[in-house]
Design a protein around this ligand. Structure first.
Ligand code: 13P
Ligand code: SF4
Length: 367
């Protein structure tokens, strides 16, 4: 066994056929010592190697249930962190490219959230009045923050159940980092009113709010967003409906309220896939989520005569998900064959322990 890990540089120029064949060969040698988890936004050349695919909730359950020695996560950084936190200590979580982050997750940092918590403390007692809820698209230290302040994690598929749990414990919720998931869930699923909601501008003292606004609010939304889902606009839906009045519109809850309110269905990537799969042959759909998934839906359902349209006229992909390419997957697996894990994601145990509490609460609320 050589001492140093195989370098990525030698992989960058590998031809597609060769890289695919080498991935298959490495997998064969690793057998059930490795499991590959793939998020729905992964490009096809990577996605085809996933043992399990899913939305964030399904993949975190899969990571917790896996017995494999190595969990290779084809997704983004926070997903591999969750895999590390929920797996056993002897298992190793790996992210094939460390640069695969989530720009929305980066919009809330522990320093900013702690500052917000402290500033809220000037108006009320947050430990008694506010449940912190973090979208799973966040760093492990924010999940740990929720763990130690009586809070919880949610995903796009269980946000309504989690928010109900949060309000059953304390009168207010501080929700980060995605304002749109929070607003869409509160207004469209839980029947809350606009006047109960305020947006916390994390660049301004007290989030740019008055103490009175904070006291009145039931939901305080962090001003974060996903730039991919912000590309979908109400006018795209209007143009589609005009042309195809019989068509259905389905969106991810990271889209704006204006988009979700005009959609027939709103839900996670897994929900979008299931809803379209269960629809009648010949149905026409406008889909507001990431392009790789929409292209896959289009190819999968073409034979049944289902027409799948992408909501935006421009190409909008998650550029960080796209960083996981077959070359990085091959490099990761061949290093495992050599007994040298690369790109290991290891959350420090003190953080992991508190983050696990918030994740476990979520898994209990939405088993
Ligand atoms: P899902 O959990 O719905 O797959 O969403 C994850 C994500 O990052 C969407 O942008
Ligand atoms: Fe993050 Fe948006 Fe990419 Fe999802 S689509 S991983 S929220 S940047």
């Amino acid at each position: 066994m050589a001492d140093a890990a195989l370098a990525i540089d030698a992989y960058r120029s590998l031809a597609e056929d060769e890289v695919q064949a080498r991935i298959l060969a490495a997998r064969e040698r690793l057998g059930d010592r490795v499991v590959i988890l793939g998020h729905h936004y992964q490009r096809d050349e990577v996605f085809r190697h996933a043992d399990f695919s899913g939305d964030s909730l399904k993949l975190s359950r899969q990571a917790a249930a896996s017995g494999a020695e190595y969990i290779v996560f084809c997704g983004v950084h926070f997903m591999a962190e969750v895999a590390d936190i929920l797996s056993r200590p002897e298992q190793t979580a790996i992210l094939p490219d460390m640069a695969a982050g989530c720009s929305m997750a980066d919009m809330a940092t522990l320093r900013k959230v702690e500052q917000a918590w402290q500033e809220l403390g000037g108006v009320l007692d947050p430990e008694a009045a506010v449940t912190p809820v973090t979208y799973i698209n966040s760093s492990a230290d924010l999940k740990a923050f929720c763990g130690r302040h009586g809070g919880i994690v949610c995903t796009s598929s269980n946000a309504a159940q989690v928010l109900e749990w949060a309000w059953s414990r304390r009168e207010k919720v501080l929700f980060f980092p995605d304002q749109h998931l929070g607003r869409n869930t509160a207004l469209l699923k839980l029947g809350m009113h606009e006047e109960d909601i305020v947006v916390w501008d994390f660049t301004r003292p007290l989030g740019g709010l008055t103490p009175e606004q904070v006291r009145r609010a039931r939901l305080i939304l962090w001003q974060g967003f996903c730039s991919v889902h912000m590309m979908f606009r109400p006018e795209h839906i209007e143009a589609f409906r005009e042309k195809h009045p019989e068509g259905k519109v389905i969106s991810h809850p990271e889209c704006t309220y204006e988009v979700c309110a005009r959609s027939d269905y709103v839900g996670s990537t897994e929900y979008i896939i299931r809803t379209i799969a269960e629809s009648a042959p010949g149905t026409r759909w406008l889909v507001g989520t990431e392009l790789n998934l929409v292209n896959r839906l289009h190819a999968r359902h073409r034979a049944e005569g289902k027409q799948i349209h992408f909501m935006a006229p421009t190409v909008c992909m998650c550029s960080t998900m796209f960083r996981i390419d077959p070359q990085h997957l091959c490099w990761t697996l061949e290093n495992l064959v050599e007994g040298r894990p690369v790109n290991v994601i290891r959350v420090p145990e003190a953080t992991a322990e508190q983050a696990r509490r918030a994740l476990q609460r979520m898994l209990e609320v939405s088993p």
